[in-house]
Design a protein. Structure first.
Length: 396
């Protein structure tokens, strides 16, 4: 069986990270992987997480299985964080939430569910998008296609082209949207553009699948949900994949949630019963630890306040690095406009570097950037930013 198996290509981003680890240079800089780093270049465990874990160790009474849809308290808190506990979508009971292994798990269960209940629909992803989106959707048997999104000439959303594309998508298809901090471009729609997108999506009879991997990394927990809330309309159907990898720093614990909004409670329960079959035949039921941490923090007023303040610190650092990067690049290359670096949101930005320039930076200067030019600004520190800007300026 295995003798004839071909070598698969390495993951584009994780492969580069491995090359970075092997590079003996002492002044190497890694802007590849999508994890937050603090001012000392570390990906820390949040203090509120450590405290929640201490409490969990003391109170945990069993390691028996969770339900197929996870911990009910976690599901409720995850839903409230998205919509607000007073929202009609929550109070009506027309939203079913399942705890999933990370945001990726939520996306995969969503795709399995859509395939199960509506076999022939396509899923539309932004051009460009997180490379794992089409891979996950195709692994579930869905056809994944793209809509225009990012204009490299203006470093912003091509809203007119995007809306025209939405208006020609077949009714019933699914459109995947990044709620905030678009990965890989950092370019999000404005509030007015979100309204136009939601109008067009619903007029066309599409189902929005909103990928919410960075809530709190852009402008704030509530502010970042503004795009999602444009889609929360009476009688709407919508799917949300949330991740707590970034905003709780729980990457390796694999904790996320899938929320499915149906037109009424009865439909939501029926859809939940189908989603549970997708989970049962895949990983059976989710791991407990990450959900225990998130629920402990969100449930306790003090821990929640501590979390929000640590999240604000992470966000402030990202936005401060964006501003410094933009100012420094403008000073070093005055003939180019780098204002978009400061205007974008989240950890990622398109640098405008070509694949050849990216290769040169890696080979000559030990600066590691994804070949499409995506930069993780959280990889910058006060100590390396000047050197980094000099090296980028030298290849531009
Ligand atoms: C846009 C986007 N969606 C989903 C995910 C998945 O996150 P998780 O690690 O929780 O599976 C990521 C992670 O990088 C992401 O960037």
């Amino acid at each position: 069986m295995f003798q004839q198996v071909e070598q698969a290509p390495p993951d584009a981003i994780l492969g580069l990270n491995e090359a970075f680890q092997r590079d003996p240079a002492t002044d190497k800089i890694n802007l590849t992987v999508g994890v937050f780093k603090d001012a000392s270049g570390k990906t820390p465990v949040l203090n509120c997480v450590k405290e929640a874990e201490r409490r969990l160790v003391q109170s945990e009474a069993t390691k028996s299985y969770l339900g197929i849809d996870g911990m009910p308290k976690f599901d409720e808190l995850a839903r409230n964080l998205l919509f607000g506990e007073e929202h009609e979508i929550v109070t009506s009971g027309r939203c079913a939430t399942l705890q999933t292994p990370g945001g990726t798990g939520a996306l995969r269960v969503a795709a399995d569910l859509v395939k199960k209940v509506s076999a022939n629909v396509k899923i539309w992803c932004s051009d460009p998008t997180w490379p794992n989106h089409p891979s996950v959707f195709r692994a579930a048997g869905m056809e994944s296609v793209t809509y225009p999104y990012f204009d490299p000439a203006t470093n912003s959303v091509k809203i007119d082209e995007m809306l025209n594309a939405v208006r020609s998508m077949p009714s019933g298809d699914v459109i995947c949207l990044h709620a905030c901090c678009h990965n890989p471009t950092g370019a999000d729609p404005s509030p007015e553009q979100w309204k136009q997108i939601a109008d067009a999506v619903y007029e066309q009879g599409l189902i929005p699948l909103i990928d919410f991997a960075y809530q709190g990394f852009g402008d704030g927990l509530q502010e970042d949900a503004a795009g999602l809330h444009e889609f929360c309309r009476p009688g709407c159907e919508l799917i949300v994949a949330s991740s707590y990898s970034k905003n709780f720093g729980l990457y390796r614990e694999r904790i996320g949630a899938l929320s499915i909004v149906a037109t009424d409670e009865d439909a939501a329960q029926r859809v939940l019963s189908q989603a549970k079959i997708c989970v049962r035949t895949n990983y059976s039921n989710p791991p407990a630890h990450g959900a225990g941490i998130v629920a402990t923090i969100l449930e306790d007023a003090d821990l929640r306040a501590a979390w929000e303040s640590e999240l604000t610190e992470m966000r402030d650092r990202i936005n401060s690095m964006r501003r410094q990067f933009s100012e420094m690049m403008s000073a070093k290359c005055p003939q180019r406009d780098f204002s978009y670096l400061a205007e974008g949101r989240g950890m990622f930005s398109f640098s405008g570097l070509t694949a050849e320039q990216v290769d040169l930076l890696r080979e000559k200067h030990s600066v590691y950037i994804v070949r499409n030019g995506r930069i993780n600004v959280a990889g910058m520190t006060d100590d390396n930013i000047e050197q980094l800007c000099d090296r980028i300026a030298s290849v531009l």
